[in-house]
Design a binder for this molecule. Structure first.
Ligand code: G3P
Length: 217
């Protein structure tokens, strides 16, 4: 499963990009606002740091302006993936951009029916927001399972990009159900490293090693 970073924070991306497991980045208007930086410059810098797809979201709500914004965002760098909301205008923009060879990430997906339409509109990625469904007591991961099944039934090439990830178990569960990508906040990536038994085991190894008085170097 691919791991994308869900952030517009350049320092967080710079810290994790060298690990080699950052396969892409997703941003949205809220993450750009949180960064406090100019959107175009930020997307350009992220595209220079990460080789994989970098999602940059349109902010218009009508198809004509969305398309103009999408074309401008796509021109920033070859690895820009234009993000559009799952609305009629968003899907018509998706089709127009995808038909022209532009990667499109259709976002704010909350149902299998929506995901079907996004695939038929030529989306490269579909972004179901599992955390927000879970927040309402709904089954976010169940939505992922349904979409994975529907896409496999009809060989849709659209990749399932699990979004609104709240913790490590979301990442594990997404992989277990066969999602293509999880976009993960940096804090969750750091939490994926951690296990108390690893820390305790290493402490014990190093104590025993210290008792030998030896040195490898
Ligand atoms: O990529 C979408 C993600 O940023 C939304 O997360 O926590 O606002 O539901 P959240």
């Amino acid at each position: 499963m691919k791991l994308f970073l869900d952030t517009a924070n350049l320092d967080d991306i710079a810290a994790l990009a060298p690990t080699g497991f950052v396969d892409g980045v997703t941003t949205n208007p809220s993450l750009i606002a949180k960064s406090g930086r100019d959107m175009t410059a930020t997307i350009a810098e992220i595209c220079a740091m990460v080789d994989g797809p970098v999602s940059a979201e349109v902010t218009a709500t009508d198809a004509e302006t969305m398309l103009a914004e999408g074309r401008k965002l796509a021109a920033i760098a070859d690895n820009v993936c234009v993000k559009v909301p799952l609305t009629p205008a968003g899907l018509s923009t998706c089709k127009a951009l995808a038909d022209n060879g532009t990667m499109v990430n259709v976002t704010l997906c909350f149902s299998p029916a929506q995901a079907m339409l996004a695939a038929k509109a030529g989306a490269r990625f579909i972004s179901p927001f599992i955390g927000r469904l879970d927040d309402l007591g709904r089954d976010g991961m169940g939505l992922i399972e349904d979409i994975v099944t529907i896409y496999a039934n009809y060989d849709f090439p659209t990749e399932v990009l699990v979004a609104s990830v709240r913790g490590v178990q979301h990442v594990v569960d997404a992989a277990l159900v066969g999602a293509d990508v999880a976009t993960v906040p940096p804090a969750v990536i750091h939490a994926m490293y951690k296990h108390p038994m690893t820390d305790a085991g290493l402490e014990a190894f190093l104590k025993d090693w210290k008792d030998t008085g030896q040195s490898i170097l």
